[in-house]
Design a binder for this molecule. Structure first.
Ligand SMILES: [Zn+2]
Length: 477
């Protein structure tokens, strides 16, 4: 018998006990099996919440609503503004209190025309997309010989000035991993490829998409220019188009391409965080913050990134409200704006709450890694082993292990984590996440109802345990 299965059986027994009249607050099961196993205590209210989540479609329905009724919602656009109005209405409909938009302003950016052709040696169209923040090519496009770099390291090792008038092409594959460990290394060429190529005189950059699929969808994502270099346009090729380029270079051919990219900076644009609460019954000033990000890239409908996180966090709040249970501490749900373009909602949240109630945030976590099942609990608590153990006992039956990996709670939580807010993360299986990430293929059909329900169940257990525990997260009590 696997440990997970054993815990599942014990949980079932705990549920039976929890229903006994006059039963203790925490049903305690001592296993009779001869081998040694952990004692499992399931809080009966956690059982009510996780059962409610596993039997329902609260999270799934929210993702469906957002992706269907709003669709793509790039930061700073009218579509993101419509998503905020959607978020306010949805929170009110679910029964959250103190629902509001906390506005902030961003530098807007919009995509334009984007086309690519291999001119020689084998003329054909290529599929590409501009990276977020990229400047445009001259209108009519730029045509140049391509210099091939198998990896970003190869470009960084190239001498300065060697790319005058050329287009740099940076290949390099991203490795699949459940926790997305391959993303950080693969992402460097996306973030800094334009800067490194410009230092060497290039007129434009192509990269192999940062992704793990083999489909003909290029992956966008935010890039940055260093202050002291010329801004040159940068686009990502779909994986099969990158393969095509690689094969031509493998034949020792000189490759010449023409690309036209028309994105533009559009100046100040409105964004905002949407905030709502379940006000705590005993410690309303102590805040547990959960959320996801409301914006998406413009190519897909942002189902896995991050409609899923909105559905999971808000779905957990709905399950709690629908149960009639009253948490002792305040549960604050935040739909962060403008995450994709630089975690701007996370920074704006700190700016708005620092010196006010930020010091009362006892725990924060964001769901922003798709819709796969949670498999691991990660801590960003200083100390806190007692709480992690307490929480793990409530979620182990959902198939969730305890990890020694540390977390900052998620992208938009990072800025408040840096200000001392304790964080935690329910790590999802993202093995396939980067097949879809930032592509036109990030759509609702990729969302699995049962996986989302498992997530929502884990989040209700996490939020409830944090709201009721005697553990003193910040030495406040
Ligand atoms: Zn995201």
């Amino acid at each position: 018998m696997t440990p997970a299965l054993k815990l599942t059986l014990l949980l079932g027994a705990a549920a039976l006990l929890a229903c006994q009249p006059g039963g203790s607050e925490n049903a305690k099961i001592e296993p009779s099996a001869p081998e040694q196993v952990e004692t499992v205590q399931i809080n009966p209210n956690v059982k009510i919440l996780t059962d409610g989540a596993l039997a329902g479609t609260q999270g799934y329905d929210i993702i469906e609503s957002l992706t269907t009724e709003i669709g793509p919602r790039l930061a700073g656009t009218p579509e993101e503004a419509r998503a905020r109005e959607w978020g306010v209405a949805k929170m009110k409909d679910i029964g959250l209190s103190n629902v509001r938009i906390e506005p902030f302003t961003i530098n807007g950016w919009e995509r334009g025309v984007e086309t690519g052709m291999i001119i020689s040696p084998y003329p054909q169209k290529i599929y590409l997309t501009a990276l977020g923040g990229s400047v445009a090519t001259p209108s009519g496009g730029v045509e140049a010989d391509v210099v091939y770099f198998p990896t970003f390291e190869d470009l960084k090792n190239a001498p300065e000035g060697g790319l005058d008038g050329k287009i740099a092409y940076i290949s390099g594959r991203m490795e699949k991993a459940p926790d997305g460990a391959g993303y950080g290394p693969a992402n460097q060429k996306r973030r800094s490829g334009a800067t490194e190529a410009a230092k060497r005189g290039a007129v434009a950059v192509l990269i192999r998409s940062v992704g793990t699929d083999s489909h003909r969808f290029p992956h966008t994502g935010q890039m940055r220019y260093a202050d002291d270099v010329k801004k040159i346009p940068i686009a990502a090729l779909s994986a099969p188009d990158a393969d095509q380029m690689d094969r031509m270079f493998a034949k020792d051919q000189d490759v010449r391409v023409k690309i036209e990219l028309g994105p533009r900076a559009v100046g100040d644009r409105p964004s905002g965080n949407v905030v709502g609460e379940i006000v705590g019954s005993e410690k309303p000033d102590e805040i547990i913050l959960i959320g996801g990000h409301l914006d998406s890239w413009d190519l897909g409908t942002g189902a896995v990134d991050d409609g899923a996180g909105i559905g999971i966090s808000l779905g957990a709040a709905k399950v709690i409200i629908d149960s009639g249970l009253q948490p002792k501490r305040t549960i604050r749900v935040v739909m962060f704006g403008a995450e994709e373009v630089g975690l701007l909602g996370g920074f704006a949240y700190v700016e708005a709450h620092k010196g006010k109630d930020l010091a009362n945030h006892i725990l924060a976590s964001e769901s922003d890694f798709g819709a796969g099942k949670v498999y691991e609990l990660r801590s960003g608590l200083k100390g806190g082993d007692a709480f992690i153990g307490e929480l793990h006992s409530q979620i182990a039956a959902l198939g969730i292990e305890k990890s020694t990996a540390q977390t900052n709670g998620g992208p938009d939580i990072g800025p408040m984590f840096d200000e001392g807010v304790p964080a935690i993360r329910l790590q999802q299986d993202g093995t396939d996440y980067f097949d879809l990430h930032h592509t036109p293929d990030d759509t609702m059909d990729k969302i699995d109802k049962d996986d989302v329900a498992q997530n929502v169940a884990a989040w209700t257990a996490m939020v409830w345990t944090a709201s009721e525990t005697d553990y003193d997260f910040r030495g406040m009590n």
